[in-house]
Each structure stands twice: as structure tokens, then as C-alpha cells.
Design a protein around this ligand. Structure first.
Ligand code: ASP
Length: 446
């Protein structure tokens, strides 16, 4: 049997897990979790989070130091705070660690104006401390993660380096969030990118599982600020998770994580450090039968607008859609959904650019299409019922529309999507929350 190997990643995520591994006690807890399962052999760390709501994450403070220094403002307050946070961690862990030289190097990066190198030190110092605490080897991301000149990941070189430098070790601690450019300078991923490092290591070593450990994050089957105590999602497919991130504002995972792990089928387990009894959420390609009622979850986003072009006999004309979308694309506006009738075509948009340039865009639509009318409807909310294969489940539409009818919700639009993964229902913003609750009760609640 193949040996089970787990890459476990702790902390980070720029929005979801602000308080992760913020203090020595939380770091001790992470170590306990790691040591409780010998298959957790490779650890990727983010920088420490904030100690409280009012406090800042280390990465945020590093960005602040950089911008203050660049603007010739006083950065010392934040620099000292960062230093104090690491001092507490080192003292609390009871290890011997030369923080002074790390901070000396950090100050040099700051003074040289190297922004990526500066903000990467949050992860770097954290991972070095943790490696020392566990007594495991530290492998710097600059020896593993290689970018191309165009800032894309050099996958081949990166995977080969991870196999060579990490795969040969029994254990390793690796800082997340950054890598190195061909010039040798440090380059970070976008915010929340320590997860990308974790996924790269998992993929390169073709491990059994990628674990993402968080302090606060939970994946719910509906927005808990709208539905009281919604069920946690125990199993969700990669595609459903991507859809939920897009339609539910669940910024749980950097989107590159799924892109890296989906095609090789490495499951992702999102776990909560404060609830060890729960197995968290497993993101995978196969979910156990009977693990859900009808759909996996309900996502939703408010404040879309619908731009409708009316032109009599439009169904017989060729190229009107192309003209309409050409106008949007000139303004770099993506469209989210499209609806067509015999006399009209409507696009559902989210981009704020539309509001900013509305008059020019409408003028261009008039000039390109010579329509009978162009109307813009605002305050449209979209709700997605998410569940792989749900388009073929008998009775799902009946259940959804029964639930909405009983709650007296007017349905503004419908889009089943071509991927058999979602049913998107457009309602007026004022009905949004009632509709989410109705659909949750009808389709998710067991
Ligand atoms: N520390 C970085 C950030 O705050 C990366 C991460 O946390 O994943 O964005």
C-alpha cells in the first residue's frame, strides 16, 4: 500500500483567517496537531495573524512599513510591533532563535524598497522559528518556487526542485507566499498565496492529502449571517467549491489551489484548529452517496445589473450579441449571464466599470445596434443552488420554485448553466435574504 503523506498548511488567507497562528500558544497547538499524525510530514506556514480584531496581521504590518518608509513617514511603530510579536512567539516557545539578525535583514529589505522581499519575511521568519521548535529541517521557498520573467510560475522547475529538495526529506517546514524570479529577487504570490505554496508542494510530491488548517474558517452550506446555524458542508467537489467561492463570496481558498490539485485528484481538507473533533470539509472529486439532500450549498451575490437591448425581430438578426459584447469588452467588462428573447438580449453584469462609464457605454450600444430601447435594471441579486449533477435530479426545480413561491418571492431570471452544476436564480435585492432562507430550508436542510 502506498504510504499516506500529508502536506499541512497553517495560517493565512488574507481575509478568512485573520487570527491564525498569531501567538506562541496557537503555534504550540499547531505543533501538537502535526505531531499527532505521523503522515503530516511537510508543513507550509503563513505569517502570524492578528491577536485581536483591532490588531493587524504581520503581513499587513509589513506592507504598512513599506509604504510608510516609501512615503518618508514614520514606520517604527509598526516595525516594533512586528518585532514584539515575534519576540513573544520565540520566548513563548522557549527556543533559542537569533531574531536580531532576522530583523536586521528585514530592515535592509525595507530600506532598499524591496516590497516583495519585505512582506515575504513574515512567512520566512515564522517558518524558521517553527522549524527550530519542531526540530525539523527548514527549506526556503527561494530554493523551491520559481517564477518566469512574466511572473507566472515555472511549474516544471518548481515541481522538480520540490521533489529534489523536499521529497528526499522525511520532514520539512516551508514558508508560504513567495518564490524567486529568474533574476534572483523575491516575488510573492497575490494575497492569501501561502495556500498556493502548500498546493504546489502537495502536487509536486503527489501526496495523499492537502490539509488547510484554519482558526476560524468554516465552510457552510449557506451564508451564516442570513441562515441561522446552517449546516457545515462535509463534502464538496472541486467544481462546487469554485462555484461557491465565486457565487458565495467564500474566499476560503486561493483559486489557484484548486487549479493545482483538481486534475491530479489530491483532496483538500479544510480543518478548524479549534474544533478537532470535526473532520472539517473535504474538497474532492467523489463525494459519498447520500451525503446531501439535493444540493451541496446555496451561494449568492447582490447588486448585479441587467442591461437589456430591445430590437424588434432580433431573433432573425445575426451578430447583435457580438456587437453588444464587443462594447462591453472594449470597457473590459465581463458578463456573468446572458438572456435572450425574440426581441431582446440582456446581459447580467457585476463590474463597477459599468456604473462609472454607463453613459458612454449606453451611447456605444445605441450606435452599434440601433435598438428600440436599452434599459438598465439595477438591484438584482443572484442566488446559486450548487450541486454537481443537479440538473438531472428529478424534482429539484419544483422544490426550488415551491420554496420561493411559498415565501412569495418574485423570480427575475433563471440560468441553469451548461455544466450541470448550478441553477442560478435572479431575484430583487430586497428579496435576497428571504429567498436564501427559503431555498436553504427546501433544498439543503436534512
Ligand atoms: N501572509 C500572506 C497574506 O496575508 C499570505 C497568506 O496569508 O496566505 O496574504
Amino acid at each position: 500500500m502506498e504510504e499516506r503523506i500529508v502536506v499541512a498548511k497553517f495560517g493565512g488567507g488574507s481575509h478568512v483567517d485573520k487570527e491564525a497562528i498569531a501567538s506562541s500558544s496557537k503555534i504550540k497547538k499547531a505543533a501538537e496537531i502535526i505531531l499527532a499524525d505521523p503522515s503530516r510530514r511537510y508543513i507550509v506556514l503563513s505569517a502570524p495573524g492578528s491577536l485581536s480584531e483591532e490588531d493587524f496581521k504581520i503581513t499587513d504590518m509589513l506592507y504598512i512599513c513599506h509604504s510608510r518608509y516609501a512615503n518618508k513617514e514614520n514606520y517604527h511603530e509598526f516595525f516594533d510591533k512586528i518585532q514584539n510579536r515575534y519576540t513573544e512567539i520565540v520566548n513563548g516557545l522557549g527556543i533559542n532563535f537569533d531574531l536580531e539578525s532576522e530583523f536586521h535583514a528585514l530592515r535592509r529589505c525595507l530600506i532598499l524598497g524591496k516590497i516583495d522581499a519585505t512582506v515575504s519575511r513574515g512567512e520566512y521568519i515564522m517558518a524558521k522559528i517553527f522549524a527550530e521548535y519542531l526540530g525539523w529541517p527548514f527549506v526556503d521557498a527561494t530554493e523551491l518556487i520559481y517564477f518566469n520573467n512574466d511572473f507566472t510560475l515555472n511549474k516544471e522547475k518548481t515541481f522538480a526542485a520540490v521533489k529534489d529538495k523536499v521529497g528526499k526529506l522525511d520532514h520539512a517546514v516551508i514558508p508560504g507566499f513567495y518564490g524567486v524570479m529568474p533574476t534572483g529577487s523575491i516575488k510573492t504570490f497575490s494575497r492569501g498565496g501561502s495556500d498556493v505554496t502548500g498546493a504546489i508542494v502537495a502536487r509536486a510530491l503527489n501526496v495523499s492529502l492537502y490539509e488547510k488548517w484554519t482558526e476560524t474558517a468554516k465552510i457552510y452550506s449557506a451564508d451564516p449571517s442570513i441562515v441561522e446555524n446552517p449546516e457545515r458542508v462535509r463534502y464538496i467537489t472541486y467544481n462546487e467549491m469554485r462555484e461557491l467561492s465565486y457565487m458565495g463570496g467564500v474566499n476560503m481558498l486561493h483559486e489557484d489551489v484548486i487549479l493545482l490539485l483538481q486534475d491530479v485528484g489530491i483532496p483538500i481538507n479544510v480543518r478548524n484548529m479549534n474544533n478537532l473533533e470535526s473532520n472539517g470539509t473535504l474538497i474532492t472529486s467523489d463525494i459519498p452517496e447520500n451525503s446531501r439532500k439535493v444540493a451541496a450549498c446555496i451561494g449568492g451575490v447582490r447588486k448585479f445589473k441587467c442591461v437589456k437591448v430591445t430590437k424588434f425581430g432580433l431573433n432573425k438578426l445575426v451578430g447583435i450579441g457580438a456587437k453588444m459584447f464587443n462594447v462591453f469588452s472594449r470597457y473590459n467588462i465581463p458578463f456573468e449571464h446572458c438572456m435572450v428573447g425574440i426581441d431582446n438580449i440582456a446581459a447580467v453584469l457585476k463590474s463597477p466599470i459599468f456604473d462609472l462609464r454607463r453613459n458612454e457605454i449606453l451611447r456605444e450600444l445605441e450606435a452599434a445596434i440601433h435598438p428600440n430601447a436599452v434599459t438598465v435594471e439595477k438591484d438584482l441579486s443572484l442566488i446559486a443552488i450548487i450541486g454537481e449533477g443537479m440538473g438531472t435530479v428529478k424534482g429539484i426545480f419544483a422544490k426550488a420554485f415551491d420554496a420561493l413561491a411559498n415565501a412569495e418571492i418574485k423570480v427575475r431570471m433563471l440560468d441553469q448553466g451548461s455544466d450541470n452544476l448550478t441553477l442560478v436564480i435572479g431575484v430583487y435585492d430586497e428579496d435576497y435574504e428571504t429567498a436564501i432562507r427559503a431555498l436553504y430550508n427546501g433544498l439543503i436542510l436534512h
